[in-house]
Design a protein around this ligand. Structure first.
Ligand code: PMV
Length: 316
């Protein structure tokens, strides 16, 4: 039996502008997806469910299915149609702490933890960059287009500058996450921003440049742990995200509630439109900020940035 886990992620700076090649900074957080694989007697790939094991199903488990399909090229997995086969199979159990569809990279974390579990279970000895690359392909198979950021951060952990995907000195910070519980479609928001940019190229290009400059400026302050300046830059970034139309009433309420409760900086993380916001806080304010986000109508939880990427948690 093998259990691996991989982290979710936040954007400290630069989402949306990174689509146009500008700098952004993403970071892993200490909430994780856990995947366990164990051997079973029937020659199939099954998923553990509340009512017992069920066969892996492309429609119900698209990411696991695509990850398993990729792995068939590398190892001797039970066939998809197990009716004529004999021998043993595997059962996959997923347990994720990361809210789904909220921009915290839950599908990437599940995908990367699954690939690593398969890697260890079948002894294929993949390198981390191969796991990150396969993870990105899995996301593209399922979603059509996918950015490689989530799978990269989930694999390597820590603080990552994108689009060049360079790991920076770690920024160890307490963060409160506020979730509007409103689903947001990254594809739709990216396309809304593209059409705004088409209508007002001069205006929006400058905003994208400035967001990129905020992220570049931010590198210096995150790597020297200057929380106050990082917070200030996050607030400027938030204003610009609002200006390109990816904010929402609910997100703004959570952002302002967190600032009022003492957050050093707060902004949308990811595509916006719904999903989550993040608040950078001093330790003494963490629970006040978390409560204030709840009072403003969001779910909230306290987490930390994390330097730990995909890892083996248990092997027996
Ligand atoms: O909400 P998420 O985690 O899918 O983040 C989207 C980030 C964007 O910059 C808006 C898109 C991208 O591909 O980088």
């Amino acid at each position: 039996m093998i259990t691996c886990s991989a982290p979710g992620k936040i954007f400290l700076f630069g989402e949306h502008a990174v689509v146009y090649g500008k700098t952004a900074i993403a970071c892993a957080i200490d909430i994780r997806a856990h995947v366990t694989i164990e051997e079973i007697n029937s020659p199939a790939v099954q998923m553990k469910g509340p009512g017992g094991n069920v066969d892996l199903n492309q429609r119900k488990h698209p990411y696991i299915y695509a990850a398993v399909e990729k792995f068939r090229h590398l190892a001797d997995l039970p066939p998809e149609d197990a009716t004529t086969a004999s021998g043993s199979g595997i059962c996959i159990d997923i347990h994720s702490e990361i809210p789904v569809g909220s921009g915290l990279g839950s599908s990437s974390a599940v995908t990367i933890a699954t690939l690593k579990s398969l890697d260890v279970f079948y002894g294929t000895n993949l390198k981390l960059d191969e796991i990150a690359r396969m993870g990105h392909q899995v996301e593209e198979d399922v979603q059509g287009r996918a950015s490689p950021t989530d799978t990269f951060v989930s694999t390597f952990g820590g603080l990552v500058r994108i689009p060049d995907r360079v790991k920076l000195d770690f920024f160890d910070a307490p963060i409160v996450i506020g979730n509007t519980r409103k689903f947001s479609s990254t594809r739709k928001l990216v396309s809304n921003v593209a059409s705004l940019k088409e209508r007002h190229p001069q205006v929006i290009n400058q905003i994208m440049d400035t967001i990129g400059t905020i992220a570049e400026t931010g590198v210096k302050y995150v790597t020297t742990n200057d929380f106050t300046t990082v917070g200030e830059l996050m607030n400027i970034n938030q204003g610009l995200l609002d200006s390109i139309g990816v904010g929402s009433f609910e997100l703004s309420e959570l952002v302002y509630a967190s600032r009022k409760a003492g957050a050093l900086g707060s902004k949308i993380t990811g595509a916006g439109g719904g999903g989550c916001m993040i608040a950078l806080c001093e330790h003494k304010n963490l629970s006040r900020v978390a409560h204030s986000i709840k009072r403003a109508g969001g779910d909230s939880f306290i987490c930390r940035t994390s330097n730990s990427g995909v890892r083996v948690d248990k092997e027996k």
